[in-house]
Structures are given as C-alpha cells and as structure tokens.
Design a protein around this ligand. Sequence first.
Ligand code: 2NL
Length: 356
Amino acid sequence: MTDTSQLQADLLAQIAAADTPDALEAVRVAAMGKQGQVTQLLKTLGGMSPEDRAVAGPAFNGLREAITAALAAKKAALDEAALNAKLAAEKQDMTLPVSLPATGTIHPISQVMDELAGIFADLGFAVASGPEIEDDWHNFTALNIPESHPARAMHDTFYIDGQPNMVLRTHTSPVQIRTMVGQKPPIRIIAPGRVYRSDSDATHTPMFHQIEGLVIDKGITLAHLRWTLETFIKAFFEVDDVVLRFRPSYFPFTEPSVEVDVGYSAKTGKPAGQGQVDKWLEVLGSGMVHPRVIAACGLDPNEWQGFAFGTGVDRLAMLKYGLTDLRAFFDGDIKWLKHNGFSAFDLPSISAGATP
Ligand code: 2NL
C-alpha cells in the first residue's frame, strides 16, 4: 500500500487536464480536501506499525508535496492565462482618432485661465499655486492688512468653524507670499485660482477666480509694471493698439497703487487704439510691492523691489467673450456650456485665443 506512483500519476494527469480554475479546484478538493484521496491516505499512517510507517510516511508525504506543487503551478498558469485574455479583450488602440463629435466643452473660465498661463509663460512667468484654506498670516498679516482692515470683517471673509486663524483665501496673494518666503529672488510668477468672499448677488459669487502676478528683482520700477501689463492686455484681447489709463489707487500691499483701465470702442466692443476710445473699463489692480510686504517675507526691501497685479478671471472672460451673466458660469447648464464652451482641440496661444 506504500506504492503511490499510480495515484500520483492519476492526479498529475487530472491537474494537467484541468483547464479552468473551477476544474482545478475540483481536482484539489478530490485530492487534498478533508475527504480527498491524499488526505485519507495520510490518515492511515496513524494506525500503522512503526516499521510500516517508516516506509509509508516519506512516500505519502512525497505524494502530498508533489500534488501541492503541481496544483500551485497549474493555478499560476491558469491565472496568468486569464489575465492575458482579459488584457487582450480590453486592449485599446490609442492611435485611433477620437470619435467625433466630442460632447464635452472647455468652460470659458478654464479657457481664459489657459490663455493667461500661455501669455505669461511667454513672458517668463511660472505658474504657482497654494492652499485654498489659508492661515491669517499668509492671507492678511504678511500683506500689510492690519487687524482693523475692513477686508478682515466677518461679512467678507469665510472663517473655518472652530479655527479662528484659518480662512478660505480671499485672494491668491498668499500664494505669492509663500513663494517669496520659500524661494530666492528673482521671482516671476502668476497665481491663478479660486478665491472666496462672503458676497452673493448678480455681479458677485461667493467663489470666484482671480489671477495675480508678482515680479521681485533688483531695480524693478513702475516702467516694468507698465510694459508688462500693456503687453499682457494686447495679447489677451488680441489687439495691437491699446490705450491704458493708469489711475492712482490704494491697496494695503502696494505703494504706489495703480488701477488700470482699458480704452474701449463702443462700435467694436473691443479695446481700442488712440482716438477710438469711447469709454474706460477697469481691468486690473496693481502697484509696487509695499516694502513692508517684502520685509514680512524675510527679504531686504532695500535690495529687492517688485510689482504685483491682480484681476478677476471671470470678469476677463465676460469682457473677452461677451458673456453678460456671471451666475450662469456656475449653473452647470448643459445648453449654456455647449453654446459658450470651447473645443478641447482648440489650443490657446499668445497670438490667438480660441473661437467659441
Ligand atoms: C485687484 C487688485 C492686486 C496685488 C493684487 C499683491 C500680492 C503681493 C504683494 C503685493 Cl504678494 N501685491 N497683489 C497687488 C495689487 C493689486 O489685485 O483688483 N484684484 C482683483
């Protein structure tokens, strides 16, 4: 009864013949399960004389090991074959063209964000980003906004419940503060992103999009600010000739502060050149970075100067693409998105925005 070679040959043949995981499992149960042939054989060792057991033990255990190994090898082979079949069935030819018409569109805000990033990339600006939940220092204090400033009042700022020092950022300036703190000048960045203010009516939404820009270097003057903004406005509105009006203004974080208006033509509804201006539209706030802001970031204001600017992306999108209802931007109305969205295949560039 110690000759296991016939049983081993039978079981190995059954394992070899099993061509599905279920069939293999049936063979395993029949051999190695509680009532399995190999298990039953091993149980007989207990009732044997020591002499018989000395012979049968190694033989039975050898059988068990051979079957266990064969089951494992077959299981691995079947698993691999199953995976290969699945991969073959799910194969996608990535070189095939996209089936048109594509149904989704690029939201005007995303489109304008892409255009802005493209324009400023060509001017040597990197895109920076940061958290939307900010601490009081990065959002206000470092920007020379004292405790008493109205921008800190509860009705403007969303505070985080139970964390009086944390706010939803009210502008993207904290991104620039983080860059100045963490990076050695020269710095040329834009910071586009979502910002939050507790304000909601026809022209204000509690979340909106802002883009700010910052340049820090040695010997930076208002002339650099003026050239950069003029170049940006021409590229963005796709006009060669544009008249900008710089008005003195006030921001706590810049000194001097300058508001920038674009001359508009009533006839074309576009920014206009000399002699064609019918009205002025305010498009940007800007100024020379306040020495206190530079110092708050650990830099010496006698060594480093810079300019900064900020504007609303949603408003820029409305101006450029003739959209009149701000709230429609956030309604998610498919008809509106289809009509006002942009093709994903239409890449914005410095020379041309995309056509809706
Ligand atoms: C506006 C005006 C502005 C800035 C933003 C800025 C950032 C740093 C330092 C100094 Cl870190 N300034 N940003 C400067 C002037 C104007 O935004 O009307 N935004 C919608």
